[in-house]
Design a protein around this ligand. Structure first.
Ligand code: NAD
Ligand code: TYD
Length: 354
């Protein structure tokens, strides 16, 4: 079996669901259920003997040690993190605690388990750490995309905390021989995405008749990766990646934010037109830019293609259509999370009443 941390979040949740569609190997999900974690995402697995959900912190060594000893996973896949740049600007402390200290504690729990494994299991064991392209910093318009050899130049508290965790993972391989794999992926989108991030926020605000907040001039570029493509890349790296190596995962879909917002508006005009007949793009509102906003991210994913034969299956056009359709069809999932703590975040970030 495998242990997945952060499996009640956006990418981890998609990964667990997808894993159990692809195969029957059991999964334990360990998740603290912060504001970003949602039990509803894994609701379809209730009663499924192949899945066990455990609420807890990756930094809790007693709990993690006990889980590892009891269930003897052949791999740990670490998605657990504080993941939102804007929240890291308002309050970096949680990012240091989970992404740095939590990853350190997780590595120590895993190392203690791994060193005691019989030789064959020890060789086969993998610790896969899910990271981000944001550790590489920002690109100018004509720079080549990030490769695995780019230097780390993180600019936000979020990316700095992820960079620190990547360094710890690397060091646990070089110093202790722990068989680690690191993936650095670009911006994901798709089902079960918490609506504080650009794409789900724009879909939900559009449907609610609210402003669609575009930071600064909207010309910042992100390289969008459909979440199930990310899941297939992780499965492939887990299966065939070389311990100690890092792999960039990207969708070859660079888009300025304003284009992404317009694409969503056009899809909604088609799939669920506004009752007054106006276009959703009328709701676009330019707001104050994010401090230290990285201008462009782009991933060169050729190493993963060359060495492990992985390529994304979705284009941005196919993936964004699926994503908008999913949000239209899953209003229950949305309404369960857009109360309480989510409302306070929206008030804090965009002003009361938005
Ligand atoms: P998310 O915020 O949606 O989910 C994170 C999950 O981790 C939540 O379920 C949360 O409850 C859980 N968690 C947080 N702290 C924890 C702790 N201390 N112990 C146990 N569980 C904890 O994030 P996501 O978008 O699914 O991202 C998953 C991973 O992928 C993160 O490591 C993130 O840095 C990385 N990543 C995300 C993106 C993206 O576009 N979303 C891009 C690149 C990399
Ligand atoms: P986000 O989804 O927060 O991901 P990240 O900051 O990790 O790339 O933001 C994606 C882009 O969209 C980023 O350039 C910031 C921008 N953005 C807006 O313009 N308006 C918004 O309300 C949000 C949340 C993001």
């Amino acid at each position: 079996m495998i242990l997945v941390t952060g499996g009640a979040g956006f990418i981890g949740g998609n990964f667990v669901l997808d894993w159990l569609v692809q195969q029957d190997e059991p999964v334990i999900t360990l998740d603290k259920l912060t504001y970003a974690g949602n039990r509803d995402t894994l609701k379809s697995l209730d009663g499924d003997a192949r899945h066990l959900f455990v609420q807890g912190d990756i930094g809790d060594r007693d709990l993690v040690g006990q889980l590892l000893a009891t269930h003897q996973p052949r791999a740990v896949i670490n998605f657990a993190a504080e993941s939102h740049v804007d929240r890291s600007i308002h309050g970096p402390g949680d990012f240091i605690q989970t992404n740095v200290v939590g990853t350190f504690n997780l590595l120590e729990s895993v190392r203690a388990y791994w060193v005691a494994l019989p030789a064959e299991q020890k060789t086969a064991f993998r610790f896969l750490h899910v990271s981000t392209d944001e550790v590489y910093g920002t690109l100018e318009a004509d720079d080549p995309p990030f490769t695995e050899t780019n230097t780390y130049e993180p600019n936000s508290p979020y990316s700095a905390s992820k960079a620190a965790s990547d360094h710890l993972v690397r060091a646990w391989h070089h110093t202790y021989g722990l068989p680690v794999l690191t993936t650095n992926c670009s911006n994901n989108y798709g089902p079960y995405h918490f609506p504080e991030k650009l794409i789900p926020l724009v879909i939900l605000n559009a449907l609610a008749g609210k402003p669609l907040p575009v930071y600064g001039d909207g010309q910042q570029v992100r390289d969008w990766l459909y979440v199930t493509d990310h899941c297939s890349a992780i499965r492939r790296v887990l299966e065939a990646g070389t311990p100690g190596e890092t792999y960039n995962v990207g969708g070859w879909n660079e888009k300025p934010n304003l284009d992404v917002v317009h694409t969503i508006c056009t899809l909604l005009d088609e799939l669920q037109p506004r009752s007054d007949g106006n276009a959703y793009s009328a709701q676009i509102t330019f707001v104050q830019d994010r401090p230290g906003h990285d201008r462009r991210y782009a991933i060169d994913a050729r190493k993963l293609e060359r060495e492990l034969g992985w390529k994304p299956a979705e284009t941005f056009e196919s993936g964004i259509r699926k994503t908008v359709a999913w949000y239209l069809a899953n209003q229950d999932w949305v309404s369960n999370i857009t109360s309480g703590a989510y409302r306070s975040w929206v008030d804090k970030q965009y002003g009361a009443g938005q």
